[in-house]
Design a protein around this ligand. Structure first.
Ligand code: ZN
Ligand code: ZN
Ligand code: FE
Length: 760
């Protein structure tokens, strides 16, 4: 034993609450190395005595054999004199001033726990809160760091002797699993009717199942909030849920017990199967099968379904396949339209009581509410539509280190973003900042993240729109705390969000194509059809869609016919040529809007591609009014004839792309009674082809051979597929969003990175 050395190791990344210390302990035993391991606020510290060879193998195994949920960002080590440790031990966690380390998102139930859940011999048989170091709640129960039980909402549950023994045994799967619990000592479920507890434990579960099977609406408390639940195959129940939730047409998510059941109702590719079964367990948008028995009212006017697997033990028990029990349940956020998801028991009783017949409750508090994430597969890879439970607060690793920055995000689908070192912590989905509750969730969320990740912002980034609540918050805070604030153009932020998630080089300039619903332009107009020559700190507007009036502002978003009238007016075409609008809307309202357009009263100018889709959807008679954002465009996309290849023309003069010839051709096609599915296809083809022409021109003029696609319009999969295929065929490199959404949920990341780049 002459060659005993000492080493001190520091590991950074997601290494707490993921079974990292037991893994280190077992590794030390295996290699006969002595020393200790300890969680700190900055990660995991290890000190070891051992031979040079063994220490080397140890360090190599740390990253090679790390537990599945760990994400190691860095391992640093330094030689120190050997300390003569007699054994290997796990020391108490230590908080360090100012230090931080990433926190694991919530993790769906693991295979081992799922097996024990159904093992009658196991002491956690059918226990709805079974978990271990490889699974269970994390982000939603954490109040502060380091991640230890007293700093979670599990603090009030003191461990029984059996759980305590597992918790203390380094060789047990539940060693230091902070949410560890059992029927003796842990959280409990109960069933409530009219504010009264009517049953507990297994009886409560069976009562909920009985009522759901009967057609009732039940609020079920989950991981990040309450779900409103009903039988997805029961048309009347789904209709009743829509009525009570004031949600007219927007699709509901569905949970099914297993992948086999999902395959009966939807087409599932290999990539989709692994995404659905991943431990993040997002809602995945799938193509619905013709023969599916899911009520059409679940996703009216759409040929897709948003589907997820059970991700907590309670869900597994709730969906247990059985004759007479529904194959699929609607599981939609427990809120009224627009409000944030309910998370607190008393709050849920007050807010959800008018919506449901009963409550399946539990007594583990939710510290941070977190909606289900929504993903889909595009071009064999996942892409985010809503990044929340299972993903947040996993940081996006940036290509360089900048000032600690707070980006406030946007008004709709808000997320905020805090950066520190090379980490960008993009928040969970906050929602639309249109009411007091969401605004509160926004402000609380920022305070929580600043505490958890020990960030003191030295920069604040905000959207240029003066009326966004997020902008007002940013400016007030900047004023109050004397922090430098930088206004960021909305579409530049969209493009940079996509650049940042791909970590592209700082010296690079790209063609950024921001196709969006709306964003405040630097000239005060409403942008959304933008071709930007962009890098991380600046942009030039190379081309944009022609401005037309947006009659009634936000009202035009809800009433696509207004944009049709605006375009008809611009082209000098009499609206009587499109009788379907006249019939649906009425002569008088059209006249008012025409007048509004002519005198420019409450009719700001817009270059939005989203609004162009609205105009076309209205002209072809798909929809004159919408019940949720982008409904007209979604329905236009859904009817596209995939075999049609024709393209309409467009014009360019100077920086302005004028789709007038396109709209004229559409009107001609309408008059020739060309089927709507053909017109819709030609319109999509035309946008893709126009985009290609402009990108080729930009490559020639600005040397931009990389095209970045961002903005809400890119959630249109038909348009995205056509565009990507023509761009790639012409040798352009195409970057798409993967880690954050292309819609406004991704904007905060772009804002933060631009502000850092400007301040650098
Ligand atoms: Zn587990
Ligand atoms: Zn216990
Ligand atoms: Fe946007």
């Amino acid at each position: 034993m002459s060659d005993v050395h000492g080493v001190r190791i520091h590991v950074k990344g997601i290494v707490q609450g993921v079974g990292f210390r037991p893994f280190v302990y077992a590794l030390a035993q295996e290699l006969s190395i002595t020393g200790w391991v300890r969680n700190t606020s900055a990660g995991v510290d290890i000190e070891l005595d051992g031979s040079g060879d063994r220490l080397e193998s140890f360090i190599k195994a740390l990253s090679d054999r790390a537990p599945p949920l760990a994400r190691i960002d860095t391992i640093s080590s330094e030689k120190i004199p050997p300390k003569g440790f007699p054994e290997f031990s796990i020391l108490r966690s230590e908080a360090q001033e100012g230090e931080f380390q990433p926190i694991s998102p919530d993790v769906s139930i693991c295979m081992d726990c799922a097996r024990e859940l159904y093992d009658p011999e196991d002491r956690r048989f059918r226990y709805p809160f079974i978990n271990c170091t490889n699974c269970g709640p994390r982000f939603t129960i954490i109040k502060d760091i380091p991640y230890d039980r007293p700093k979670t909402t599990m603090a009030p549950f003191s461990l029984c002797s059996d759980c305590s023994a597992e918790y203390k045994n380094p060789l047990d799967r539940r060693f230091h699993a902070q949410p560890v619990a059992c029927p003796v000592c842990g959280p409990k479920i109960w069933y409530e009717l009219g504010g009264e507890k009517v049953s507990e434990a297994e009886d409560a579960l069976q009562a909920a199942r009985r009522d759901i099977a009967f057609g009732d609406l039940v609020a079920v408390k989950g991981l990040g909030g309450f779900h409103l639940v009903c039988d997805a195959t029961n048309k009347a129940a789904v209709e009743e849920l829509r009525k009570r939730k004031l949600r007219v047409d927007k699709a509901f998510a569905v949970m099914m017990p297993d992948i086999e059941t999902i395959e009966q109702h939807c087409y599932v590719s290999d990539e989709e199967r692994s995404l659905i079964s991943s431990h993040e367990r997002p809602i995945v948008i799938l193509q619905r099968r013709e023969r599916s028995t899911i009520a059409l009212e679940v996703a009216p006017g759409q040929d897709t379904l948003g589907v997820m697997l059970p991700y907590t033990p309670l869900h597994i028990l709730l969906l247990d396949p059985e004759d007479g029990f529904p194959q699929a349940l609607v599981m939609t956020s427990g809120n009224m339209s627009e409000e944030p998801i309910a998370s607190d028991n008393q709050e849920a009783r007050e807010r959800l009581n008018p919506l449901v017949d009963a409550f399946l409750m539990h007594d583990r508090d939710i510290e941070t509410r977190c909606d289900d994430s929504v993903n889909r597969i595009f071009d064999h890879e996942p892409t985010q539509l809503r990044r929340s439970r299972g993903y947040a607060p996993n940081p996006i690793l940036l290509a360089w280190e900048g000032l600690p920055t707070l980006a406030a995000g946007t008004e709709l689908k808000n997320t905020f973003c805090l950066t520190r070192d090379r980490y960008a912590f993009v928040s969970h989905h906050i929602g639309d900042l249109e009411n007091f509750e969401t605004l509160q969730a926004f402000e609380d969320g920022i305070a929580h993240f600043e505490k958890l990740f020990k960030v003191t912002p030295e920069l604040i980034a905000y959207d240029l729109h003066p009326n966004y609540m997020a902008t007002r918050y940013a400016l007030e805070r900047s004023e109050r705390e004397g922090i430098r604030a930088i206004g960021i153009q909305h579409h530049h932020a969209h493009i940079v969000a996509c650049m940042a998630e791909h970590g592209i080089d700082r010296s690079k300039t790209v063609a950024g194509i921001a196709f969006d619903g709306a964003g405040y332009g630097d000239d005060g107009a409403i942008w959304g059809g933008e071709f930007l020559v962009s890098n991380y700190s600046s942009y030039a507007r190379a081309y944009h869609l022609k401005y037309v009036p947006l009659p009634g502002g936000d009202q035009a978003v809800k009433e696509p016919w207004r944009m049709a009238v605006s375009w008809l007016n611009d082209l000098g075409i009499d609206h009587e040529e499109i009788p379907q609008i006249q019939k649906k809307v009425g002569e008088e309202r059209i006249r008012i809007v025409q007048r509004q357009v002519e005198i420019g009263l409450n009719a700001p100018l817009t270059s939005s591609v989203g609004r162009l889709f609205d105009a076309v959807a209205s002209l072809v008679g798909i929809r004159q009014m919408v019940n949720y954002e982008a409904q007209a465009a979604i329905e236009l996309e859904a009817i596209v004839d995939p075999d049609e290849e024709c393209i309409y023309p467009f014009e360019v003069s100077g920086k302005i792309i004028d789709p007038s010839p396109m709209i004229r051709s559409i009107i001609e096609d309408i008059h020739r009674a060309v089927p709507v599915s053909i017109i819709a296809a030609r319109f999509h083809n035309s946008i893709a082809s126009m985009l290609l022409d402009i990108c080729l021109d930009m490559r020639e003029r600005f040397g931009t051979s990389t095209v970045v696609l961002s903005g809400g319009v890119w959630q249109n999969m038909v348009l995205l597929a056509k565009t990507v295929s023509v761009l790639r065929a012409s040798g352009l490199e195409v970057l798409l969003h993967r880690k954050v959404p292309s819609n406004d949920g991704g904007v905060s990341l772009g804002q933060a990175v631009i502000a850092q780049s400007i301040a650098d």
